[in-house]
Design a protein around this ligand. Structure first.
Ligand code: PHE
Length: 346
């Protein structure tokens, strides 16, 4: 009966099997179930059991083997689950693709304008958006009662919150203020480009906004002529809109330039034959320009008998509209990703 007792004692052992890790578990499997294991040894002994006991002992042995197997499998599952929980992330795995941001169309166009003018010697100058009357209007030959200073056009800053006193602190309404700052701090020759945000007190609509962006240019040296201005602007227009582009200058008025002009380019949508964009004229206006008024040079401490210069200014939104056909100005400041994503490949 030694076999029967052995089976019974192993049955109790197997029911209490414990292992702290996978190695210990494997040692148990070898101890009981491998070819030289204790349970296998009992099966070998079973061959010598008298026939009348074979049935009972055979059942007991099979039960023992099943119990040992299922106990060991249950322990193995526990280890595998615990291992999965504490598993480190796979650092060799390809990461999920990260969606890249896009450049804002106004930045793209501003940089293109800067690039074109930097190739003919212009450098970038910047100045404050909160300005004073002197730099935005006074030194630029605006008469004291000029309507641009009107509250309708200019945002004035109250010096004390809630107290509306006459103030000369304002949000710049054009980047010509940077030009006055450059002229008072540098000696000619001067060749600068002044990009930046400007503010005007306008109701927001598809065609107007209370802030927009400009690039203005200033060139001062001895013997600068209107022909130099025209050549610089023709070069810019061809670089920006293609070599077929033509320009036309129409007389105009600005307080700080004399003579002054507005410049049209041949419509880059219909090529000048007339379409709905250029209202059938074949031309679209893109900028204002002129020869710097001697009064401005003198106000900035530059001798107007020795030096002359030209200036021009354009809205970046306008140029962007022409390049990318954006019909509603509000799209530029609403940060709608459906709009911004369209510039992904630019
Ligand atoms: N400052 C003008 C504007 O804001 C543009 C301009 C600049 C015109 C320089 C002429 C010369 O509209």
């Amino acid at each position: 009966m030694a076999l029967k007792e052995n089976i019974q004692s192993l049955l109790t052992q197997v029911g209490e099997l414990k292992a702290n890790n996978a190695e210990e578990l494997e040692a148990l499997r070898i101890k009981y179930l491998s070819k030289k294991g204790e349970i296998t040894a009992l099966f070998n002994e079973f061959r010598n059991v008298p026939n009348d006991q074979k049935r009972e002992l055979g059942q007991m042995l099979n039960q023992l083997r099943q119990q040992a197997e299922s106990r060991i499998n249950a322990l193995r599952e526990q280890f595998e689950e615990a291992a999965a929980e504490t598993d480190h992330p796979d650092l060799t795995r390809t990461p999920d693709p990260i969606a890249l941001g896009t450049r804002h169309p106004l930045s793209l166009v501003r940089e293109e304008i800067e690039d074109i003018f930097s190739r003919i010697g212009f450098t970038i100058a910047q100045g404050p958006e909160v300005e004073d009357d002197k730099h935005v209007y006074g030194m630029l030959n605006f008469a004291p009662e000029h309507p641009a200073r009107d509250m309708q056009d200019t945002f004035f800053i109250e010096k004390e919150i809630g107290v509306q006193k006459p103030t000369d602190v304002l949000l710049r309404s054009h980047t010509s203020s940077v030009q006055t700052r450059v002229m008072t701090s540098q000696k000619p020759p001067i060749r600068v480009l002044c990009p930046g945000r400007v503010y005007r007190n306008e109701a927001i609509s598809a065609r107007a906004h209370c802030f927009f962006h400009q690039v203005e240019g200033l060139y001062i040296d001895k013997n600068v002529s209107f022909a130099d201005l025209r050549e610089a602007l023709l070069y810019f227009s061809k670089e920006m809109f293609g070599p077929e582009t033509k320009i036309r200058l129409r007389p105009s008025y600005f307080p700080f330039t004399e003579p002054s002009a507005e410049m049209d380019i041949s419509c880059n949508i219909c090529g000048g034959t007339g379409c709905s964009f250029c209202k059938g004229t074949g031309w679209v206006e893109i900028l204002g320009c002129g020869m710097v008024d001697p009064n401005v040079l003198e106000a900035c401490g530059i001798d107007s008998k020795e030096y002359s210069g030209f200036a021009f200014g354009m809205g970046i939104e306008r140029i962007t509209n022409l390049k990318y056909r954006v019909k509603d100005l509000r799209l530029f400041s609403e940060n709608d990703v459906r709009f911004l994503r369209q510039f992904e490949s630019c």
